[in-house]
Design a binder for this molecule. Structure first.
Ligand code: PHE
Ligand code: NA
Length: 459
């Protein structure tokens, strides 16, 4: 086999890698999705299960993926194949990489639509529309439904997002991306603290804290457990080839364990802060925690409409959501584009355009879901009632956990433990914990949750 699939670039430092991986991880999953699915699933118990999934499954899977990337030094499918062959196994395990690419492609098709909402809100903030409502919940709700029911607006904003993603990716991103993320992450953090404090003072902080942190297990269904598990994968950008690609660029001396823990902590902190910014306002204003995908867009504008300099804070906040989403969108498109380069021999910029066009086309299904187009209204029972809901369910709750299952089986059972131990450079105790997770805890937990939820779906 020729070596033209090897990647030779390396991150300039550990810190550069942590920034890029954190940029891919922190995105709409934290700020938009986590708060609303937590609300749909009753709060505290969901949060607890989610945190356990991050700790016992997410971090070990991330380590496994980074390891495969670093060891294979190739794009995902080839990296898995190479590692398999190094261990005397079939290169057919490459399907794990391909599955991730598919998942990433599907995710991106709705991700750009939601990112488009955030772009629209930047403009609405500047124009004063967000604050004009003066914090009136009903008016703010109308502003949001006017956006989501208008296919022309949805299409325009999401097209802007995908075009931007393609353009940046086609030009090779790492330098610019590193620079943006270096400033964005701390800024996002500071802004979230400010909004959170304001929400705490003006909203019902006590209710928010008790909703998020006192678990009531009677509110958690098996489907809720599957959603917590799936979201742990989604939010850490797992099972999508991303961490394998990023791992392929890892310098020799980097600790896979330590960096994975940092990335997971950063991601988790942002998600919890988003919840603590949104829920005090939700409870103080009689918004339903189960309001769904619009939650972020109908809760925070209430605070922006009443706080001093609200228009500026609102503009800054949604700008940061856009940038956070954009760094994740780049990672998602990278996964498909790299695949086209590798498998179809396309040039990088052509691959970015082809993948981006496919994503754009598929995004029409999500746009139609919100705009009420007939073809996008599909009843799939517990999986959802329109194209967007089904796609979201299929990716986060089925493809990503399934990918994680295969990755843990591959790393835990297929490749040789001594080689793994040697190459991961872990001390014995950490390796023991890692090994227990990928051999037993993760595959068993995923399989059990999965099978139960499928029974619950009755398919
Ligand atoms: N982790 C990103 C988020 O939380 C989404 C994502 C998923 C990005 C998969 C890359 C790969 O928004
Ligand atoms: Na995330």
């Amino acid at each position: 086999m020729s070596n033209n699939t090897s990647v030779n670039s390396r991150w300039s430092s550990n810190f550069a890698y942590i920034l890029a991986a954190t940029g891919a991880a922190v995105g709409l999953g934290n700020i938009w999705k986590f708060p609303y699915i937590m609300g749909e699933n009753g709060g505290g118990a969901f949060v607890l299960v989610y945190l356990l999934c991050i700790l016992f499954i997410g971090i070990p899977v991330m380590m496994a993926e980074v390891y495969i990337g670093k060891q294979g030094r190739s794009t995902p499918a080839n990296a898995v194949a190479k590692v398999a062959q190094q261990n005397g196994r079939s290169k057919n395990w490459a399907f794990i990489g391909a599955m991730g690419v598919l998942a990433g492609f599907l995710v991106l098709s709705f991700y750009i639509v939601i990112a488009g909402w955030a772009v629209a809100y930047v403009f609405k903030s500047v124009a004063g529309d967000v604050t004009a409502a003066g914090g009136d919940a009903q008016q703010i709700g109308e502003l949001f439904s006017a956006l989501t029911s208008d296919p022309k607006q949805l299409l325009a904003w999401s097209t802007l997002v995908i075009v931007g993603t393609v353009v940046v990716l086609a030009n090779g991103v790492t330098k610019g991306l590193e620079r943006v993320v270096r400033w964005l992450m701390p800024a996002l953090f500071v802004l979230l603290v400010v909004i959170m404090l304001y929400a705490a003072v003006t909203g019902d902080f006590a209710a928010a804290v008790s909703f998020m942190f006192s678990p009531d297990f009677s509110k958690l269904t098996i489907n809720g457990v599957l959603m917590a598990l799936g979201h742990a994968f989604f939010t850490l950008s797992l099972s999508s080839g991303i961490m394998m690609i990023y791992g392929a660029y890892l310098p020799e001396g980097t600790s896979i364990a330590r960096t994975s823990i940092y990335i997971a902590i950063a991601d988790t902190v942002v998600a919890l802060m988003a919840g603590l910014a949104i829920y005090p306002i939700v409870f103080a204003n009689g918004i339903e925690p189960s309001a769904g995908p619009g939650l972020l867009f109908v809760s925070l504008p209430i605070a922006f409409g009443t706080m001093p300099l609200g228009g500026i804070v609102s503009t800054m906040f949604f700008t940061m959501v856009v940038v956070a989403a954009f760094t994740s969108a780049l990672a998602l498109l990278e996964s498909s584009a790299a695949y086209l380069v590798e498998r179809r021999g396309l040039r990088r910029n052509v691959a970015a355009i082809v993948a981006g066009s496919g994503v754009w086309l598929l995004s029409l299904g999500t746009i139609g879901s919100f705009a009420g187009w007939d073809f996008a209204q599909i009843n799939a029972g517990a999986m959802g009632h329109n194209f967007f809901e089904i796609l979201d369910y299929l990716t986060a709750n089925i493809l990503l956990p399934l990918g994680g299952l295969f990755i843990t089986i591959f790393v835990g059972w297929v490749i040789q433990a001594d080689s793994l131990k040697h190459h991961m450079g872990l001390d014995s105790k950490t390796f023991q914990m890692f090994s227990k997770s990928v051999k037993f805890i993760s595959p068993i937990a995923i399989a059990v949750v999965f099978l139960n939820a499928i029974g619950w779906l009755s398919i």
